[in-house]
Design a protein around this ligand. Structure first.
Ligand code: TYD
Length: 209
């Protein structure tokens, strides 16, 4: 029998930190524990939210103002929550998402002017949900940036802000862990993928019934 309510897990970290690979591996591991996870991502994770994603990750770095970005990310998140996350959790399924609201707190709230208060107000009114567990993959931005741009995905709008931006992001994620020590776990993401995956499953196993 699955849990009455599934476990809601988010992955966070700077661009190129290996979240997507590790999110996939965690979903595989949960499946091996006889659970039924939904693997999803932000921005996106539902058809409408994926359309908004394209507006956000493609194009020139200065395409949107930080305020407009906050609204677009939140619109995508609301759709993701309504159509994918909430129905899955209520059906007793775990949700593993590659990014959630912490990305907006750090990317829009702390890096391009001090918009954190605006981010928090909009989140409180429009989303008001936090993951049960947030895995923050931490690594040197220089290494991560090399990996991110090497992918040439056409989705490099945020990577193109450059190294100082990624360094600010890293500091923002580390501050977030200090603010939410019960929910957030720091994962050293500089090791090999198997070691990182083992650290992650250890953190998740503690939260499983
Ligand atoms: P993502 O697909 O996770 O990119 P990557 O796999 O390269 O980490 O996210 C796309 C970009 O959107 C990424 O640069 C982070 C950014 N982003 C924000 O700025 N705010 C947000 O709220 C979210 C969810 C993502």
């Amino acid at each position: 029998m699955p849990d009455p309510k599934g476990l809601f897990i988010s992955f966070e970290g700077i661009d190129g930190s290996g979240k997507s690979t590790q999110a996939r591996r965690l979903a595989d591991w949960l499946r091996a524990q006889d659970r039924d996870p939904v693997l999803t991502r932000e921005p996106g994770g539902a058809p409408g939210a994926e359309e908004i994603r394209r507006l956000l990750v493609e194009g020139a770095p200065e395409r949107w103002s930080p305020e407009t970005e906050i609204l677009l990310f939140t619109a995508a998140r609301r759709d993701h929550l309504e159509r994918t996350i909430r129905p899955a959790l209520e059906a007793g399924r775990d949700v593993v998402t590659d990014r959630f609201a912490d990305s907006t707190r750090v990317y829009q709230g702390a890096t391009r002017g001090d918009l954190r208060a605006l981010v928090d107000r909009i989140h409180a009114d429009a989303i008001a949900v936090e993951p049960d567990l947030t895995l923050v993959l931490d690594m040197d931005p220089e290494v991560a940036l090399d990996r991110g741009l090497a992918r040439q995905s056409g989705e490099d709008r945020f990577e193109e802000f450059g190294l100082p931006f990624q360094q600010k992001l890293r500091a923002g994620f580390l501050a977030l862990i200090d603010d939410h020590p019960d929910r957030c776990v720091l994962i050293d993401a500089t090791s090999d993928p198997d070691t990182i995956a083992a650290r992650i499953t250890q953190a998740v196993a503690k939260r499983l019934p």
